[in-house]
Design a protein around this ligand. Structure first.
Ligand code: SF4
Ligand code: SF4
Length: 173
């Protein structure tokens, strides 16, 4: 008999392909797009502005954490923009882990029911690219995607050189 506590209903894998519709970044419901400190630093660098200015213009403090501001009327993330292909993220290269790991979020993966109901919001669910259960586990765990990006910066400080940024590996939303 299988162990119920370790059984994964998606052990045979799942399909997902982003259609760039932007619905997961859009209102009308509000939400939180949490950021870690390294992510705040990388987004500020990417937008070529000081962290203080980024916080004033685009972030909102909630308790001890920061979330990205939403448009007050549409409740879309302020970084959601229209592109020729559909919708896109203005900070795609440095988007936070929460955005990178969608739709493989814990509460979307509770059961086939929660996964399929997430598909009502995200039309990319159950189509396109195959993800094994190991790949899904890795995506769920990958909260520190920025480590390989920041590591060369930290290393350069330790040897006294000037900081440089490594290019991150592509990890589509
Ligand atoms: S992840 Fe889903 S909802 Fe978000 S842009 Fe892609 S297809 Fe649309
Ligand atoms: S930061 Fe980018 S990917 Fe994340 S919610 Fe905003 S527009 Fe979407």
């Amino acid at each position: 008999m299988g162990d119920r506590s370790t059984y994964l209903w998606y052990s045979a894998g799942l399909h997902f392909e982003c259609l760039q519709c932007g619905r997961c970044c859009a209102g009308p419901e509000g939400g939180y797009i949490w950021l870690s400190r390294p992510e705040i630093r990388l987004i500020a660098d990417f937008l070529k502005m000081p962290v203080k200015e980024l916080k004033q213009k685009f972030l909102r403090r909630v308790g001890f954490r920061f979330t990205i501001v939403e448009d007050p009327h549409t409740r879309d993330c302020v970084f959601l923009q229209q592109t020729k292909q559909g919708s896109g993220c203005a900070i795609y290269e440095v988007r936070p882990a929460q955005c990178r790991n969608w739709p493989f979020w814990e509460h979307n993966l509770v059961s086939p029911g929660t996964w399929n109901s997430t598909g009502r919001k995200c039309p990319g669910i159950n189509r396109g690219e195959f993800y094994s259960s190991e790949q899904i586990r890795d995506k769920k765990k990958n909260k520190k995607w920025w480590l390989p990006v920041l590591r060369p910066v930290l290393r350069s400080f330790s040897v006294g050189g000037s900081p440089s940024r490594a290019k991150e590996g592509d990890d589509k939303k």
